[in-house]
Write a protein that binds this ligand. Structure first.
Ligand code: NAD
Length: 433
């Protein structure tokens, strides 16, 4: 069992910390956000993930984890330090490394005894050189005071705890046996293949994986939109595709496109990396463009039912988070679509089971409601933008009785079209006209 430091206690940092503590490691979790640290030490999770508070409270009670803002404590008392700060996009799509750089500066003072600094954040090629420069300015020597590794993370928000304990693979990007052995000791508890490779390759594995997932979303959305034209149900098409092992059925969910904190920013990051190297990544650009187009396609579906200008219409939005089972609204396409509808004059009433507090920070002048029926009262159209399970339990009779017009645009194909139609709704899914 090891002493582990986590720098940046956000979605990835917190889940990683709790998972490693659960395996018996001693974990010190650091963040610069004092409020977050205070909450966490009280056993309150700032993020919504199934089972997270149970894990948090158990590991605090068993004294396997605590939370701090003190870099000296976190670095000096850890053998391996995982950097888990965020790497958002700049306006031009390039990766903003400011959190990585600032955390590396804070760590550098306390490096000694060959601490392993493992980067879990998704970072572009060139980041390790920047970190080495920061450590070197502090007089720290690689091989003596510290070692570097890249250990990308692949878990999915909404299923983060499950994914942490059931990873598809572990990728260790490191050159030296000492580093590889130490990291393997931590990760060999998982029943998953461990891919040991160079740090550069580890970086590209992460970017390529996310680009591939984004491609599957854009691909199936393209097919779904074509299905709409021919009144073919896209799920029947998927059913006939998925048995081909080269294709498979996973991650083929037609809808509003990919949002959230990772896929878009990582795709843009990879595009920028390629461009800087002198390569024109036309295919990756097309994936991104298709995703932007899909948002407009959803807005078009709404206007097709109501009108080009939406001043006289009230739209009931079900779902604000970028996917179900999280409270994360970062880069949520639901928010993007609401803004487009608002720009055309629509009056918006919205409900989300867990995302409303976060959404209120991003979007003010809409009415937040306590349930789908409050959001749908006197609405001209229901637009579903997150595939929450609870939406499937809708009472269609009640819904129809309170709406001004019985129209449902299901942007995430969460409802049963036949059921909706049975109750007299005009129902339009994506690839299920
Ligand atoms: N969220 C995901 O599903 C996911 C999945 C795989 C990989 N990743 C990658 O993991 C990284 C983290 O993503 P996230 O969603 O957990 O981010 P996040 O924004 O939720 O968490 C980052 C945390 O770092 C803290 N922080 C910022 N600057 C700091 C500093 N200088 N020192 C210490 N702490 C600092 C912030 O206060 C925040 O709590 C990103 O690179 C992301 O691409 C995320």
């Amino acid at each position: 069992m090891k002493n582990i430091g986590i720098i940046g206690t956000g979605y990835i940092g917190l889940v990683t910390a709790l998972g490693l503590a659960e395996f018996g490691n001693k974990v010190i979790c650091l963040d610069i956000d004092e409020e977050k640290i205070k909450l966490l030490n009280q056993g309150i999770s700032p993020i919504h993930e199934e089972g997270i508070e149970e894990l948090l409270n158990r590991n605090i009670k068993e004294k396997r984890i605590y939370f701090t803002t003190n870099f000296q404590d976190a670095v000096e008392n850890s053998e391996i330090i995982f950097i888990c700060v965020n790497t958002p996009s700049k306006d031009d799509g390039e990766v903003d490394l400011s959190q990585v750089i600032s955390s590396a500066k804070s760590i550098s003072k306390f490096l000694k005894n060959r601490k392993i600094i493992a980067i879990k954040s998704t970072v572009p090629i060139g980041t390790l050189a920047k970190i080495r420069e920061i450590f070197s300015k502090e007089g720290k020597k690689e091989g003596e005071d510290y070692e570097l590794a890249v250990v990308p993370e692949f878990l999915r928000e909404g299923k983060a705890i499950y994914d942490f304990f059931n990873p598809s693979r572990i990728v260790i990007g490191a050159e030296k046996d000492y580093v590889i052995k130490s990291l393997k000791e931590i990760f060999s508890v998982f029943n998953a293949p461990i891919v040991v490779t160079s740090p550069l390759t580890a970086i590209l594995i992460k970017y390529a994986s996310n680009a591939f997932l984004a491609m599957r979303v854009s691909f199936i959305n393209e097919i779904a939109n074509i299905c709409d034209k021919f009144s073919v149900d896209v799920f029947d098409v998927i059913e006939g595709m998925k048995y081909d092992k080269r294709i498979g059925g996973e991650h083929l969910s037609p809808g509003i496109g990919f949002g959230g904190p990772c896929l878009t920013k990582d795709l843009m990051g990879l595009i920028k990396m390629a461009e800087k190297s002198g390569y024109e990544p036309d295919f990756l650009r097309a994936i991104l463009e298709k995703n932007e187009h899909q948002v407009r396609y959803i807005v078009y579906k709404v206007k097709d039912q109501l009108s080009d200008l939406l001043y006289d219409y009230t739209i009931s939005i079900w779902g604000l988070t970028f996917k179900p089972n999280t409270n994360d609204v970062r880069n949520s396409l639901a928010i993007k679509i609401i803004n487009l509808l608002k720009n055309d004059g629509a009056n918006i009433k919205a409900y989300d089971p867990h995302g409303m507090e976060e959404a209120k920070k991003l979007i003010k002048d809409i009415k937040y409601c306590n349930h789908i029926y409050e959001a749908s009262k006197d609405a001209d159209l229901v637009l579903i933008l997150t595939a929450w399970e609870e939406f499937k339990k809708v009472d269609f009779l009640k819904l129809k009785s309170i709406m001004r017009k019985p129209i449902i645009i299901d942007g995430v194909n969460v409802l049963d079209p036949q059921e909706a139609k049975k109750y007299g709704f005009i129902y339009k899914g994506v690839g299920r006209e």
